[in-house]
Design a binder for this molecule. Structure first.
Ligand code: DLL
Length: 472
């Protein structure tokens, strides 16, 4: 294959010596907005690199990462020693399957510093998974980690058409949650005018959107749907200048996409990520809207059978596993995301060459995402048991006016049972407070009479999710 070489240069300390397939140079020239291509890229020489080049980056970076974590992180050394694997056994990405998996429980056990691969004095930021006490996972970043993460988010914004002419309205939460900081940093990298709105205060969101001419909206899809409805209720649909939206952090359907696109007159792009691996921008949708390109120069993706751990080929549904190969402070090797999806290396019309993943099609654990917060049924059970309730309960998750609702129906014991409404209301309030303290969100509690929750002959049905967000 004929190849041309574009500049060799350093971007954020990572070397890119880039052979580009003949024909793609046009895309690179178009990066400045000249020429005919409609697709925007932030780093076209990387996003459209040949498969051979992507593979070469992965091989080299994986070998270095494994050596580094073996030498610097006791946890990885112990795990590899137990399996009888030496860093020298990992010579390319083909050897990845020899390495042990890493789970969320490992991260919790290592809390807070057990997986740090650099001295704390080299780190400049901590972020954390959404919402929960006791089950929080903290991730550390050096300045270089932040730069690379923001590059990933910049690629997503560019894919949605973002340029220096855009006003990027970020209403993902800021703070420990990665959504706000990630998209904010990506928008700066593009050079767009960034509106760091954070979440909430819909009135002000809409006012700024109109007054300041926001063109790209970044938030959860459920909030986007709510904003769209609120804009129509106020009759302001002709006063907004939005052209695109970048929505992720929770599952959403194609129907939701169509509804948001129609109401706001935009193109809606999906974005995926998780705190452990950096945050939003691990993968993102392009103009084709047929899956999300994984930033493979930073993360190697595998899909495995969640039961056996066997690596599955392209096109087969399984659990997504990531290995970060450029992160300094908190590199994770073969991290099991519990998100179920399918990978595809099919050629994409956008010109990008990085592998695509489907939207998450479900979870291989029981984690729910409610109001953007990760919720495990076991946390709810812990609260109930701590307060003396039996483990006869049901969690009902729904969606009303584009906002998630969650209710826990709990059986009282015979001793608790009372026909005094005041006593029951008092008990419910105590549980609501304890659940809020555990999860960080309001959970409606309904105490029901003993023996009223249906018993199952097999596995108890603890969760009824009426939202049907995952499309298989
Ligand atoms: O949700 C990071 C993020 C922020 C992604 C903003 C996109 C936009 P966590 O709070 O750690 O991080 O939650 C990660 O959320 O394992 C998935 O189960 C789910 N998730 C993330 N993006 C999507 C998406 C952020 N586009 C967990 N579709 C992940 C479906 C998603 N689920």
């Amino acid at each position: 294959m004929q190849q041309i070489y574009v500049n060799m240069y350093i971007r954020n300390k990572v070397w890119y010596n880039v052979p580009v397939e003949a024909g793609l140079e046009k895309l690179i020239l178009d990066r400045e907005g000249n020429g005919t291509s409609m697709e925007h890229y932030y780093q076209p020489e990387i996003e459209c690199a040949s498969r051979e080049q992507i593979r070469a980056w992965q091989d080299e970076r994986l070998v270095k990462t494994v050596k580094r974590v073996y030498e610097n992180v006791e946890f990885y050394k112990k795990k590899m020693d137990e399996k009888g694997i030496r860093p020298e056994d990992i010579r390319s990405a083909d050897d990845l399957c020899k390495l042990p998996f890493l789970t969320k429980d490992d991260l919790r056990d290592a809390y807070p510093y057990g997986l740090l691969a650099r001295p704390l004095s080299d780190c400049v930021r901590i972020q954390s998974t959404s919402g929960t006490t006791g089950r929080r996972v903290v991730a550390f970043y050096t300045q270089n980690d932040i730069d690379l993460w923001e590059d990933c988010c910049a690629r997503a914004i560019a894919a949605a058409g973002g340029t220096t002419e855009d006003v990027v309205h970020v209403c993902y939460g800021y703070g420990l949650f990665t959504g706000g900081p990630g998209l904010n940093g990506g928008s700066h990298k593009i050079g767009s005018l960034t509106l760091p709105m954070s979440s909430g205060n819909t009135e002000r969101q809409i006012q700024f959107m109109c007054d300041l001419g926001s063109t790209i909206l970044c938030c959860t899809p459920s909030y986007a749907a709510y904003l769209a409805e609120s804009v129509w209720e106020r009759g302001l649909q002709n006063q907004i200048k939005l052209k695109a939206g970048i929505f992720g952090a929770e599952a959403w359907t194609e129907e939701m996409r169509r509804d948001i696109e129609e109401k706001l007159g935009i193109k809606a792009y999906d974005i995926y990520g998780l705190t452990e691996i950096s945050g939003p921008g691990v993968s993102f949708e392009c103009s084709a809207q047929t899956g999300m390109h994984i930033n493979e120069d930073h993360f190697i993706a595998e899909v495995i059978d969640p039961k056996t751990g066997e690596v599955l080929p392209d096109g087969e549904k399984g659990e997504l596993v990531f290995t970060s190969i450029t992160k300094e402070a908190f590199p994770l090797i073969r991290y099991r995301t519990r998100d179920i999806c399918i990978l595809s290396h099919e050629k994409c019309s956008c010109g990008r060459t990085h592998v695509k993943m489907t939207k998450p099609l479900g979870r291989s654990d029981d984690m729910l995402i409610v109001k953007g917060v990760n919720v495990f049924p076991s946390q709810i059970e812990t609260v109930l048991l701590n307060q003396g309730y039996p483990a006869n309960y049901q969690i009902i998750v729904g969606r009303k006016n584009n906002s998630d609702t969650i209710e826990v129906q709990v059986e009282m014991t015979q001793e608790m049972f009372s026909d005094n409404a005041g006593v029951v209301a008092e008990r419910e309030k105590k549980l609501v407070d304890a659940l809020k303290a555990m999860l960080g969100i309001y959970v409606k509690v309904s105490l029901v009479n003993p023996k009223t929750i249906a018993r199952s002959e097999g596995k108890a049905v603890r969760v009824i999710d009426q939202r049907n967000l995952y499309q298989n």
